[in-house]
Design a protein around this ligand. Structure first.
Ligand SMILES: [Zn+2]
Length: 168
């Protein structure tokens, strides 16, 4: 496997859409079952929750966009194809079924797609992986300065001095 260092956003999302780990492409990713998730990727060891408070809200937002978007597309297509005689009751019933079923079908993909976005914005550092993660699944070695900058950028409470400050 090539080193997953020169990743591109389409590649990250492509893996996410296959329910794989966006970082390493591992098929197991985080999932035990459709709805249950391990804390770490079962292939590379990258944590799903990158440590920010409210990280799950990102996945929920992805879910809202997918489900809301599906309902909007259906309603638009239904009205456009049956106008001016469209029937409200069947439209409402089918729309409700989509709104209930889509979150179930897309649940794991909301997790992987959100992770793909997050990895693109905050590339992982070596200390986010496990000690036994194979070298070829780790980020390329960074200089000390790059590593410190990357860590600082993922910790909004880090102090410029690096000594740490008390959280409010
Ligand atoms: Zn992985």
């Amino acid at each position: 496997m090539s080193r997953p260092t020169h990743f591109t956003f389409p590649r990250l999302v492509g893996r996410a859409l296959l329910r794989r780990c966006p970082w390493c492409g591992g098929k197991k990713a985080w999932f035990r079952t459709w709805f249950r998730r391990h804390d770490r990727c079962q292939t590379c060891g990258l944590r799903w929750n990158r440590g920010q408070d409210g990280f799950e809200l990102g996945a929920m937002t992805v879910g809202v966009f997918i489900t809301g978007g599906s309902v909007m597309i259906f309603l638009t297509a239904f009205i456009a194809s049956t106008y001016p005689d469209f029937q409200v009751v069947p439209m409402a019933i089918i729309g409700a079924v989509i709104a209930l079923v889509m979150p179930v079908i897309t649940y794991p993909f909301t997790q992987t797609v959100w992770s793909a976005f997050d990895i693109r914005v905050h590339p992982p550092t070596r200390n986010e992986f496990l000690p036994d993660t194979p070298e070829d699944l780790l980020p390329a070695a960074l200089t000390v300065e790059q590593e410190a900058k990357a860590i600082k950028s993922t910790d909004m409470w880090a102090s410029p001095s690096g000594k740490g400050e008390s959280r409010p």
